[in-house]
Design a protein around this ligand. Structure first.
Ligand code: ZN
Ligand code: ZN
Length: 217
């Protein structure tokens, strides 16, 4: 069985994204089917479209997704149909970095993020005629009407949460804030310089301010 979706696919490096219909697998026991309601656009999507990152084509891009749970496999306990979730980058969950809680430094980050398949190599989606289409970019491929995700890479939010505002938290905001709060660990009265003020840079400015930075350039 499968779910008919519409999604923006990159058929090959450098090609324009093409919005087409695909068949997305039904959720496996550990997977969650989400109707996507909002997704950000990150420069990593564009770099991936252009072939500047180690993506494998054809692939459905998008990795700042959010939406409403439509169905969940029998092993899923944290959410049920109707719940709202944000997607966050997936990780393997078993390597040393993941076990220590440093999931952004997952040793399998490149294959998990860019090959666009499940860990067993299955693509999650197919085009007409059965051609495999990778629908697990960052574990989500959110440029689509629906995504398959797992409990590893969702953040449940209240049912009245404004998803169109929150979607950007799932890459840009957590990246910029994470640099200040975790990677650098800005201390009160330090001076911080931020180069570039897109989602990442503005989040870094806000996190530096919240950390008590004395001067923010
Ligand atoms: Zn991103
Ligand atoms: Zn890992």
């Amino acid at each position: 069985m499968s779910v008919r979706i519409r999604a923006a696919v990159a058929w090959e490096a450098g090609a324009k994204l093409s919005i087409e219909e695909f068949d997305l697998d039904d959720p496996r026991d550990d997977e969650i089917l989400v109707r996507v309601e909002a997704t950000g656009v990150c420069h990593t999507d564009e770099s991936s479209r252009l072939g500047l990152l180690p993506v494998v084509y054809p692939i459905i891009l998008g990795h700042e997704g959010s939406g409403t749970v439509e169905a969940a496999g029998k092993d899923v306990t944290r959410v049920k149909a109707g719940d709202k979730v944000l997607f966050t980058p997936d990780y393997c969950g078993t390597c040393e970095q993941c076990v220590l809680g440093y999931t952004p430094y997952c040793e399998q980050a490149v294959p998990v993020t860019f090959t666009g398949t499940r860990p067993d190599g299955s693509p999650r989606a197919h085009a007409a005629g059965g051609r495999p289409v990778r629908a697990s970019f960052f574990g989500q491929s959110s440029f689509a009407t629906h995504s398959l995700v797992t409990e590893r890479n969702i953040v449940p939010v209240p049912r009245d949460a404004p998803l169109h505002y929150l979607a950007g938290f799932t890459c840009g905001v957590q990246t910029g804030a994470g640099v200040m709060l975790n990677a650098i660990g800005v201390a009160p009265h330090q001076t911080v310089a931020v180069f570039g003020t897109g989602a990442v840079g503005l989040a870094a400015v806000m996190a530096a301010h919240a950390s008590g930075a004395r001067e923010i350039v």
